[in-house]
Design a protein around this ligand. Structure first.
Ligand SMILES: *Cc1c(COP(=O)(O)O)cnc(C)c1O
Length: 351
């Protein structure tokens, strides 16, 4: 049967009624790919799976939550939707809001949004406003503006975002036939790790799974407020999607980690890029830099002996590599240009 998107497929677990209009692009049902070659290299005694959220309609997991958030905005007759964004939330809001015939406003930190994401927001017809500050400031302003204008804020502090995003955890269980032992996720505003925990918990309560996984959140060293235990005023990392210094769902994330006996780790940008290139070159899975933080975190934990033999590990790859073409090109070997002759091409191949 045709996949109908997360609201219809997981309706029993979501706060919707017959009156809720369903705005969907048939998000969800993303691949769970076994990564044996990568496992051999980074965690040889465990089974490793990648939840490829870049396969969602706008190329990131944000679509799961946006389907619900925009549907609920329509239901309550909001005049418009607005978000602050490191990029993917705006791409998703622009697509779903446009589909729902709602005006969409996005506030982004100037100069720190990957090109593909900016292109999406613009192509889908959102009004894009660049803020001369970072994401945290953009979100603070967004909250004020929404309260004053009667717009629906569709950032992850909107509870419907997490409700929708929890469906990814349920899918993992359906695809594996059980819950994994460990689940690794990149952490920025910390909504997604909280949503997964909510999803696993709901599935557990419904008797769909026998245990819940340990949740391991991974932050970038230059943007690791939760690991460090304090707000980071000027977060810095190549992984722009997790370049956040004051996560909105900080407490919920700590709860997920605490209740699951998991952990919150940080990795360097170098480690992120190593994982990013390994995933693309060895597993054929091109994700964006922030997504690779999950695999970089697993690599670090495995080296520290924290992945027991026989464990089943899932890493969520949150967004598609095409979102950030600049990083792909600038961190890969340069393409060479040669004369258009057989000899020159052969010489280049053999060089
Ligand atoms: C939004 C996003 C994240 C961070 O998710 P949070 O819920 O903010 O922790 C990570 N990776 C990508 C690609 C994202 O778009």
């Amino acid at each position: 049967m045709r996949w109908r998107g997360v609201i219809e497929e997981f309706r029993a677990f979501l706060p919707v009624t017959e009156q809720t209009p369903v705005v969907t692009l048939c998000e969800g049902n993303t691949p769970l790919i076994q990564a044996s070659r990568l496992a051999k290299r980074i965690c040889p005694h465990a089974s490793l799976y990648l939840k490829v959220e870049g396969a969602n309609p706008t190329g990131s997991f944000k679509d799961r939550g946006m389907s619900l958030a925009v549907s609920k905005a329509l239901e309550k007759r909001a005049r418009a939707v607005l978000c602050a964004s490191t990029g993917n939330t705006s791409a998703s809001a622009a697509a779903y809001g446009g589909r729902a015939e709602l005006p969409v406003y996005v506030l982004i930190p100037v100069g720190n949004v990957a090109l593909g994401k900016l292109a999406q927001a613009m192509a889908h017809g959102a009004t894009v406003i660049q803020i001369e500050d970072n994401f945290d400031q953009a979100l603070a302003i967004g909250k004020t503006v929404c309260a004053e204008e009667g717009f629906e804020l569709v950032n992850s502090i909107n509870p419907f975002r997490l409700e929708g995003q929890q469906t990814a955890a349920m899918e993992v269980c359906d695809q594996l036939g059980c819950a994994p032992s460990y689940h690794y996720l990149p952490v920025g505003n910390a909504g997604n790790i909280s949503a997964y925990w909510k999803g696993y918990t709901a599935y557990h309560a419904a008797g769909q799974i026998a245990h819940r996984p340990k949740m391991i959140g991974v932050q970038a060293e230059g943007a690791a407020p939760i690991v460090r235990g304090h707000v980071v005023e000027q977060p810095k990392t190549i992984a722009t999607a997790i370049r956040i210094g004051n996560p909105a769902s900080w407490k919920l994330a700590l709860q997920a980690v605490g209740e699951s006996s998991g952990d919150m780790k940080m990795v360097t940008d170098e480690d992120i890029l190593v994982a990013y290139h390994l995933l693309a070159a060895e597993e054929g899975v091109f994700c964006e830099p922030a997504s690779a933080a999950s695999v970089a975190g697993l690599t670090m934990c495995s080296q520290a002996g924290l992945v027991p033999e026989g464990a089943t590990v899932v890493c969520t790859l949150t967004g598609h590599g095409l979102k950030d073409p600049d990083t792909a090109v600038s961190t890969s070997p340069k393409a060479r240009t040669v004369k258009a002759t057989r000899d020159d091409v052969l010489a280049a191949l053999r060089a």
